[in-house]
Design a protein around this ligand. Structure first.
Ligand code: ADE
Length: 230
């Protein structure tokens, strides 16, 4: 890849990018600041999207308009797979917008009406490189799987049960599937890396507060390791 786009939603998720990228330029568009530079010899542009699907979509299109040829997401998520512990890693194989709900018209939960696909596959090569990175730092503490995105912080066992039973999600977050849809529309490869800050249950708000920095740093470590191989 000639130019790699990297997105995090919150300050904690791009903190280590700010620390390690050798900056060559900065520009702002639609209120989003894009920082360009070099990380481990690779040309990168990174930005903080802000939280939620609209922010992620605008940010992803902004990166693509600046000529990135792949997009990586780094950040934290709530675990849905009961085998995942706080700090563990999820590498997206695909992503779905779980709050896309047109069931009254007969469309299954998560399906975008009148579109060819609603589950956006991650790029197999990027997934492979991410899995190698996860294997080297988090052996036995990572999963590949479907990421579920929605404009909701998931914080109840009932919600976790629904998302697992109806959509087979591995983790829940608020940006990945929006980024994925924009990448699909532009034919640009993507992968989402998430480290678990919480288990999306009643204890999620407290766990999120306590573990977001640590989990965000775990996710950054995967991105950094991936860059050496891309
Ligand atoms: N990001 C981190 N934890 C989350 C949760 N429980 N729900 C949605 N997004 C999250």
């Amino acid at each position: 890849y000639q130019k790699i786009g990297i997105i995090g939603a919150m300050v904690e998720e791009i903190e280590l990018l700010h620390k390690h990228v050798e900056v060559s330029g900065v520009m702002t568009k639609a209120g989003i600041t894009f920082t360009e530079g070099t990380l481990h010899g690779k040309h990168v542009i990174f930005c903080k999207s802000g939280v939620g699907k609209v922010n992620a979509a605008v940010c992803t299109q902004g990166l693509i308009d600046q000529g990135v040829d792949c997009v990586l997401f780094t950040g934290v998520a709530g675990a849905l797979d009961p085998e995942l512990e706080v700090g563990d890693i999820v590498v997206s194989t695909s992503s779905v917008q779980h709050d896309m709900d047109v069931r009254p018209l007969g469309f299954p939960l998560g399906v975008i009406p009148f579109q060819e696909i609603s589950e956006f596959p991650a790029d197999p090569l990027l997934v492979d490189v991410a899995v190698q990175a996860a294997e080297s730092h988090f052996a036995g503490r990572y999963r590949k799987g479907k990421i579920l995105s929605g404009d909701q912080f998931i914080a109840s066992r009932e919600a976790v049960r629904t998302l697992r039973e109806e959509l087979q999600g591995t983790c829940a977050e608020m940006e990945g599937a929006a980024l994925a849809q924009v990448c699909f529309m532009n034919d640009i490869p993507y992968v989402v890396i998430r480290s678990m800050s919480d288990k999306a249950d009643g204890g999620a708000p407290e766990s999120f507060e306590t573990f977001t920095v640590q989990a965000a740093n775990n996710s950054y470590l995967i991105i950094e390791t991936m860059l050496k191989k891309l």
